[in-house]
Design a binder for this molecule. Structure first.
Ligand code: BTN
Length: 278
């Protein structure tokens, strides 16, 4: 044993189609499909540090150390999910100080990515997909996918965000561990259709490439995010133990709440619904 991890095995075909054909079809600079890796976001980050262009995409059949928000693991058996990370670069070259070069990871970026994923999932599976601030995709209140965006300065290559998305596609109810802290589902379990991962990627990637970390959301995106907002009107518990009522996603991407009869906005963290839906 040398203790070294095996080199990632790059696939020539993904879902039966040459990877180069996917790249050309979806009009992105590069797609790397891996049989296994620690995390697609690790690979995308390494590529971005070497100068990978906006739209560079990493796919994996399996992740040995897939991660979710707040240090949680993201677990998925091989081939059951769409696991991808896309390198997003700001549209405008940076001219300020190093400190301000970090693309602002405002909560609206994961929400924009989540909206792109929700639209793709909804079209593919035929069921409404809602967004739970700040990064969850839900069908009937069960989690079908999640988004993890990480920003970095990128040295001489310039600032970037790696936008990681995991979507549960073919899992059956019995595939989920019994100790999940929130219900999970898949497009196949919850949908009226059983889409392939190829269809999902075809719907999702062109929308991802339109997202630039230095751009605000459009009025239409914001309106749709509010329409898909699963928390709005629900009674929730904040991380500090207080309870309140979610009043909806704010124009800056924060979550509006009413706590102790006062309006507040949070920009990070997690809230958990308590009690019944409004
Ligand atoms: C969450 O719900 O907490 C976010 C989950 C994000 C998972 C995806 S899977 C592809 C990419 N690689 C990772 O390690 N994480 C993201």
């Amino acid at each position: 044993m040398t203790g070294r991890l095996p080199e990632p095995v790059e696939l020539e075909r993904w879902e039966g189609v040459p990877v180069e054909q996917w790249r050309a079809r979806l009009d992105v600079p590069r797609i790397i499909a891996l049989a296994e890796t620690s995390s697609t976001s690790d690979v995308a980050r390494a590529l971005a540090e070497q100068g990978a262009a906006h739209g560079t995409t990493v796919l994996a059949e399996h992740q040995s150390a897939g991660r979710g928000r707040r240090g949680r693991p993201w677990l998925a058996r091989s081939g059951q999910s769409l696991l991808l990370t896309v390198v997003l670069r700001p549209l405008h070259a940076h001219t300020g100080t190093a400190a301000s070069a970090r693309p602002a990871l405002r909560p609206l970026l994961p929400l924009r990515v989540g909206l792109a994923a929700a639209r793709a999932c909804e079209t593919a599976c035929g069921r409404p997909v809602r967004l739970k601030w700040p990064n969850d995709l839900l069908i009937d209140g069960a989690k079908v996918g999640g988004v993890l965006c990480e920003a970095a300065l990128g040295g001489s290559a310039g600032p970037y965000v790696v936008a990681g998305i995991g979507i549960n596609v073919t899992q059956r109810e019995e595939d989920w561990p019994t100790d999940l802290d929130a219900p999970a589902t898949s497009l196949w379990s919850a949908g009226t259709r059983r889409p392939g991962r190829d269809e999902l990627l075809t719907l999702l990637l062109p929308a991802m490439v339109r997202i630039r970390p230095d751009q605000d959301w459009t009025d239409e995106e914001y309106r749709e995010i509010m329409e898909r907002d699963w928390l709005a009107g629900r009674t929730v518990r904040l991380e500090d133990g207080r309870t309140g009522r979610a009043t909806g996603v704010r124009p800056d991407g924060g979550l509006g709440l009413e706590v102790d009869r006062r309006p507040i906005v949070i920009h990070a963290g997690t809230v958990r619904p308590i009690g019944e839906a409004p």
